[in-house]
Every structure is written in structure tokens, then in C-alpha cells.
Write a protein that binds this ligand. Sequence first.
Ligand SMILES: [Zn+2]
Length: 333
Amino acid sequence: MNDIHAKTLVLDTHIDIRWPETPDWTQETRQLVDLPKMRQGQMSAAIFIAYVPQGRRDATGHAQAAARAEAMLRHIQARAAAPGTRFCATPDALEACFAAGDTAVLSAVENGYAMGHDLTRIAAWRELGAVYLTLTHDGHNEISDSARPKANLGDAPAEHGGLSAFGETAIAEMNRQGLMVDVSHVAKSGMLRAAAISRTPFVATHTACVALCPHPRGLDDEQLDALRACGGVAQITAVPAFLKAAPPNGASQADVADLVDHIDYAVRRIGLDHVGISSDFDGGGAVAGWANAAQCEAITLELIKRGYGAREIGLLWSGNFIRVWRQVLRFSA
Ligand SMILES: [Zn+2]
């Protein structure tokens, strides 16, 4: 294995899990991420996602969503019962885990729909170890407009025109509780409003650059600039449709070089300190050459080929994300 890769804390900030029938992650599975594949590819740390699909925005829908998020967070935490793994809910724990040679398990919630109107969920999720909350998924919710409204759920193109008043209160509470704000999936209007009001830097945990590939899930230059202005990080992700336009009548095909093109672009636009890496494995991510957790070294090798050194690669793989996380926790303390 390449020496730089072997010495780098390789953190993947967005990985889905199968739910509710989850295979034993300590064995080889058909999932793109399991413990044997992580060890093979030296993925040091994985943020597994308690993903809540958008449903009806009523009391029953919100209660079911909250229950699912909490059950998934408990499941993810329990994954770290496996020998040689640790559940990490702070940057110090993550760095100690890496130093000890153990594999780090982290969690986050995707879709603020799961809180309905209940701000107390934020402290509860943080208590369960969640690192961040992705404010929306596909479809508007009580917090914000989504980058991809769901017409089948009755969404208009825009609902709040950005964040709702509740959404602004929710971000203030997340800042207070030390739960990072993730603006992936959020409409541009909501993302820019979050940049204006968040008291801490925030992240886009799985995104790409619209300048290279027009897609509603990517960040355009104005958004990248806003992310830098607030001190945040754009985690470039391995979803082919975000990276490379599909050929006529075909599906997007992307490879490691395409993904690193987006990293290069973001680094040139907003600086090395504001860019990171994620896979979205088991949630639609996977590119040729980085098709599962066993192949993480391919990203490092491509970065080396393009002139990045050990320090830069460390910042991209985890250093920048950890810096933002520390700032968020310091603010909340
Ligand atoms: Zn997502």
C-alpha cells in the first residue's frame, strides 16, 4: 500500500446503510462498505447515515421518521461493538481511534424531516452520537426548500423561498448543541441563507461542482464562495450523475479522475482548506476505480499524481472536516 495512504486518516463523510434488514457488517457483504472492505482499503473512519425518506408532513409521518432515525442511530452505534472498532462522537475520539489503529464508526442523520417541528430531537441525536444533520433530502420539509422538490408529495418548485423561520431556529439550536449543519440536498436559496445566519462553519457532506457538471445537487460557484466565506467544507462525492453529464440515452459513467477533477476545481476556486471527499456508497455513489471501500487508495494515488502532498491529502481526506467539527463543538461548549 502507498505510504501516504497508509498514514492518512481516511474519513468518508457519507455512507448509507441498508435498513431495516441490515447484514452483519463485520463479514464480507454485498454492500459497498463493510468492515473487511474498510480494512482492505484502509478507510479509517466511516460516517454511517440514519437516512429518513421523505413522507407525509403530518404528526404521524414526523413521529415515524423520528423513530426510524433514532433506531438507526442506535444500530450504527452498536456496530462499534465489533473488536478493533470504536464509536466516535468527538474529533478527539476519532483521532485517538486512528492513532490506536482501530476503525472508527460515526453517525449522522439525513433529512431534517425527522424532527418535524420538535427542536428537542437535535440534543437527542447529538446524545446518540450524531455528527451532523442533513437539513433536507429530496422534497421540501419544515426546515428548508430542497434542491429537488417532490412533485408527487405536492411540492411546489419553492415553498419557503429558502429556510423557514423554524429552519432558522433549528440552525441556531444545532449551533448551540454542536450538531453540524449539512447543506447537501438543500435548495440554493436555503443554502445561501444558512451561510448568512449560521454562527458556525458548516459542510456539504456529499456534493460536486456545478461548473463542471450542471446538476441540482451540486454547488455552483456562488455557493462554493459562500461556503468558503463561512469557513466550511465541500465534500466532493462519488455519485456519477453529479460528476459527469450522461450521454444521450445513457447513464452517467464517472471514474476516479472525474471525481478528482471536481476536487481540483473546488481547490482552485475556494482553496484547499475548504474541500473534502465522500463516497455516498450504498446510497448511489461509486465510480470506476473507487467502486467500494476496499478501493480508497485509488483516490490518494490520483491526488499524488496531480501533485498533492501528504499534508494536502490529509486535509482533503479528513483534516478539513475535523477542523470544522472542532469549531462547531467549541462554539457549542
Ligand atoms: Zn443524500
